[in-house]
Design a protein around this ligand. Sequence first.
Ligand SMILES: Cc1cc2nc3c(=O)[nH]c(=O)nc-3n(C[C@H](O)[C@H](O)[C@H](O)COP(=O)(O)OP(=O)(O)OC[C@H]3O[C@@H](n4cnc5c(N)ncnc54)[C@H](O)[C@@H]3O)c2cc1C
Length: 281
Amino acid sequence: MIPAGFDYEVAESVDHALELLRTKEDAKLLAGGHSLIPLMKLRLARPGTLVDIGRLTDLSGVRDGGDHLAIGAMTRHHDLNNDPLAKEHCPLIAYAAGLVGDPQVRHRGTIGGSLAHGDPASDLPTIVLALDAVIVARGAGGERTIDARDFFNGFFDTALAEDEVITEIRVPKVGAAGWSYLKFRQRALDWATVGVAAVVGASNGSIEGARIAFTNMGQTPLRASATEAALAGAPRDAVAAAAEKADEGTDPPSDTWATADFRRHLARVLTARAVEEALSR
Ligand SMILES: Cc1cc2nc3c(=O)[nH]c(=O)nc-3n(C[C@H](O)[C@H](O)[C@H](O)COP(=O)(O)OP(=O)(O)OC[C@H]3O[C@@H](n4cnc5c(N)ncnc54)[C@H](O)[C@@H]3O)c2cc1C
C-alpha cells in the first residue's frame, strides 16, 4: 500500500503544467488524487513525476457560456453539486455530482479527473455522454474540443493524449427537457452497480430527443441507442416497451456485486424508471 517513489511538481499555470508533462519523464497530472493515488498505492500506476494542478484556481468553477455551461476541469464534485448555475441550467450534472462517493471524495475529486480517468463505473462520464457535452483539452499543439461521444475509447482509455490537460467541459443547457439519474449501488461502496442517466423532452404527448446513457454497462459509458430510437416521436405509453431494449449493444461485467445478467435486468428496469421520472419533471 506504499507507492513507488516519485518526484512532485506544482504547476503554476496550464502552460507550466504542459511544460512539465513534456519535460519530465513519465509525468502524470494530479488533480484530486482520488483515483490516481489509490492506483499508485496498489502499484498499478508508477508515474515518475506528479504534476499537481490542484492550485490552478482558474480551472475551477462554472461559467455561463450562453447556450452551454463551461465547467472548469478542476471543479470539485462538492462545488458542482452546489453550484447555482449548474442547478438552474443543468440540474442533472449538479445532482449526479452529489452522488459521487462520500463527502471526503466529493471535496477532493474533480470532474476533469473523473473524465480523464475513464472508469466506466464513474458517474460523471455517463452524465457528460447523456448531455452531449464537449471536452476542451490543451496540449503542445494548442486547444482542441472532443465530443463526449468520441472521448471514451475503452476501459480506462480516453481520446486524451499523454501530454494534454482537460481545461473545461462545455455542457449544453437542458432547457425544458426533464432529466433523471438513477444509480443502483451497494451502500457500503457508493460506486454504481449500474447507473442510468436520462434527458427527455416531450411535445403534444410525444417524446422528443430522448438521450439515455449507462454507467458500468460495458468498457466505457454507453448510450442506450435502441431505446433512444424506440422513443423518438413515440407516445408516453411506449416507455415500458422501449426500455426492454435498453441492454441492446451493452457488454456489462460480472463481478462480486452483480452478474452481467443482473446488470442487464437493472438497465432495463432503471431505464423505464429514469425516463418516467424525466417525463414527470
Ligand atoms: C472511496 C472512493 C469512492 C469513490 N466513489 C465514486 C463514485 O461513487 N462515483 C464516481 O464517479 N467516482 C467515485 N470515486 C472516484 C472519484 O470521483 C475521483 O475523484 C475521480 O474519479 C477522479 O478525480 P480526481 O480529481 O481525484 O483525479 P486524480 O485521481 O487526481 O486523477 C485521475 C486521472 O486523471 C488525470 N487527470 C486529472 N485531472 C486531469 C486534467 N484536468 N486533464 C487531464 N488529465 C487529468 C490524472 O493524471 C489521472 O490519470 C471514488 C473514489 C474513492 C477514493
